[in-house]
Ligand binder design. Sequence first.
Ligand SMILES: Nc1ccn([C@@H]2O[C@H](COP(=O)(O)OP(=O)(O)OP(=O)(O)O)[C@@H](O)[C@H]2O)c(=O)n1
Ligand SMILES: C[C@](O)(CO)[C@H](O)COP(=O)(O)O
Length: 397
Amino acid sequence: MAAFLPTMRVAAILLAAGQGRRFSAQTASPVAKQYLTLGGRPVIRHAADALIPHVQILQPVGERASLDEALSGLRAPSGCTIAPCVPGGETRQDSVRAGLEALDRLPEGEKPDLVLIHDGARPYVPAEVTRAVIDALSAHGGAIPGVPVADTIKRVRDGVITDTVPRTDLYRAQTPQGFRFGLLRDLHRGAAASDATDDAALLETAGHHVAMVAGSEDNIKLTYKEDLVRLERLIGPTLLPRTGLGYDVHAFAEGRPLILCGITVPHTRGLAGHSDADVGIHALCDAIYGALAEGDIGRHFPPSQNEWKDADSARFLVHAGERIRARGGMLINADLTLICERPKIGPHAQAMRERLADLLQVGVDRISVKATTSERLGFTGREEGIACTAAVSVLVP
Ligand SMILES: Nc1ccn([C@@H]2O[C@H](COP(=O)(O)OP(=O)(O)OP(=O)(O)O)[C@@H](O)[C@H]2O)c(=O)n1
Ligand SMILES: C[C@](O)(CO)[C@H](O)COP(=O)(O)O
């Protein structure tokens, strides 16, 4: 191995172009399984992190915007390149071929000698499994990891067992599967219409030897929701996106300061209300409580309680932010629109964003504050009050 590895250029094709139909059918997840968050990072990101120490080129295959986001901040060790992602195809085999062709377009001298094909939906491949695959390629055209089948295997037709299949030489195939680059490229070019579910099958059919090395029971492919439960035990909880909407209105009142989104805005009048009447924070709190399905601001801070009279609404927002964290979640972003003719919000929008971000303990890039008039129509148009809408996205286990 010591003599073999340093002379070989190894690439990994990371597959992420699947739709995860089996998983979505069970869970109705709006997010493709490879982009679900496990332990704070997307599934595909775990897979990339696991592969990258072993390769000189990482070639992601899938939809560019999703992959760029999921892999953002991924640092390649020196001597390793993360190639621009290429779109996948209709089948897994089409996607592998797209990755191989992208690698083949590299200039001579930069093309890999060996290629690993890895499911982006396998986030927990142990380093020793990847090493064993690469090592086995010193003696074989292909090598794949697998685990021996432990259960008794039955063939069943129409609900009735037809026979018992001897299991002594049966293995469950995993990835990364490793190959001589030129060999796999040529076999894929000649096998466009085959329905192989893995890459080793192409070599087997063509009569090449493929070595089986020790896989791992932890090298789980996220296929069904039961797999997610097992992966969560290994890596951490899955965060799913949720959305909340909030809306609030307060009437203008003489003799009160105007508090909007946590800051005092110079104006001729303030807003009337039981608390400080911060219409922006109230709409934002309702959006957060809505995303968590935890009622509304009135449930947490009833206007009937004197305790909240003239209260600083910043306290309400701190509470809403704490509720996200208490649920093990995180705020993705919040977008507020203040609706008023006057005062002009633009000059204060940045200070409002910073204050809200501070109260929620998130980066200011996650908070948007904008404004519109209602073209002098309705109560906001007549300057009787200010309205605010808020939308938030959160990730929650
Ligand atoms: N056209 C496809 C199909 C699959 N894959 C990738 O191949 C890996 C393994 O495939 P599988 O688990 O079958 O994924 P899906 O095809 O997404 O799942 P399903 O069959 O349930 O739709 C996954 O990382 C998947 O994203 C791909 O890149 N292109
Ligand atoms: C390549 C693979 O991961 C080996 O187990 C598998 O074949 C992927 O596709 P499948 O459709 O989930 O079998």
